[in-house]
Design a binder for this molecule. Structure first.
Ligand code: SAM
Length: 329
């Protein structure tokens, strides 16, 4: 398994299937964003499969398909199936906004998808439309139900928390874990993309999120849902599901980072906060062999930064110029 220069083991690839999205969440994408990649710049299924095989041979065993919104990519189940069949890949997971999940959940599970993270920031229909600009909450809730029915496990709900947006709903999300085996993770707002949304006033720090979610009991390593991320996990007494917190700004978690990211255009990026990467697509289209591609991959891993610069960006109110969808959230 590849190890970076700070001795972190990199066994996890986040792979963006497309930079396009069917929502325009206030904190993620401007309403009239128009910098999506033209079709010929996107990696094909075959190209993704070949690059993923290069990673798998190096010892990267877990792949998460993300985006943009991965379910808007045509024949996404075929892509998941190709990845799940690769030698050395032990798990393929998915991050989705859930809008298109209900009709696809069973096919995805049959193709080899193990688990799913569904992004959902509010349980109120009108607020959902405001945050996403045109989404329908009912479609996501049907997606959550379909994911549970299809046997995807665990099903996690990712909730980005912002003051004035949804911070008042933390308690309601925690209540959901009582009756359903759902794992809700509250995510701190990050300074990503020039959306004009991020501010220190809007960011709700970890301590405040936890106070709003109380009472919670911390979970030991054996009680946590399967995952490879940086969340800290808790449970409301008597609840079926769990509650997690991902707070990249409040508490530095970079020392435990185990991942790199492949953008939809085929650029390998060492950190969510990075603005530069290495173009694997060009190398692949120039007919570079596996050995050369793997050399490029290892060099990106070797140069993975010790930590992100989001705190500095937040203090200077200068978000990463790249939007989340360009990197792969
Ligand atoms: N469309 C998929 C989804 O909704 O999960 C995958 C891509 S989306 C960019 C991945 C995650 O990034 C979502 O949970 C989204 O809410 C989160 N996200 C986007 N912008 C963010 C920001 N500025 N701060 C924190 N999280 C953000």
């Amino acid at each position: 398994m590849p190890v970076d220069s700070f001795n972190r083991r990199i066994d996890y690839l986040r792979l963006s299937a497309t930079d396009r999205c069917n929502l325009r969440c206030l904190y993620c994408l401007p309403e009239f964003y128009a910098r999506f990649a033209p079709a010929e710049e996107l990696l094909s299924h075959l190209e993704i499969e070949e690059l993923a095989a290069c990673f798998a041979e190096l010892g990267v065993s877990k792949i998460r398909v993300t985006g943009g919104e991965p379910l808007v990519r045509p024949a996404i189940a075929d892509l998941i199936g190709r990845l799940a069949k690769l030698r050395g890949v032990s798990e393929v997971s998915l991050s989705t906004n859930g809008i298109l999940l209900a009709p696809l959940a069973r096919e995805l599970a049959q193709a080899g998808l193990k688990r799913v993270n569904i992004s959902l920031d509010t349980l109120r229909p009108e607020r959902f439309r405001q945050i996403t600009r045109f989404g329908k909450l009912a479609a996501v809730l049907e997606g959550v139900e379909a994911a549970l029915k299809a046997g995807l496990n665990p099903v996690k709900l990712n909730v980005v928390v912002a003051r004035g947006m949804n911070a008042d709903e933390i308690g309601e999300f925690v209540e959901l874990t009582r009756s359903l085996p759902l794992h809700v993770r509250f995510i701190e707002l990050m300074p990503m993309g020039e959306t004009g949304f991020f501010s220190e006033e809007r960011r709700v720090p970890l301590q405040e999120m936890m106070e709003r979610a109380a009472p919670l009991r911390a979970l030991g390593p054996d009680e946590r849902p399967v995952g490879h991320g940086p969340a800290r996990y808790y449970r409301r007494p008597g609840a079926q599901g769990t509650v997690g917190f991902i707070s990249p700004l409040s508490c530095g978690f970079c020392s435990a980072c185990n991942r790199v990211r492949l953008t939809a255009r085929g650029v390998l990026v060492p950190c969510l906060d990075a603005s530069e990467g290495t173009d694997l697509r060009q190398a692949l289209r120039d007919k570079a062999g596996r050995a050369h591609l793997q050399k490029l991959i290892l060099s990106v891993i070797e140069n993975k930064p010790r930590r992100h610069s989001m705190l500095e960006r937040a203090a200077g109110l200068s978000p990463n110029p790249r939007f989340m969808c360009q990197i792969g959230g």
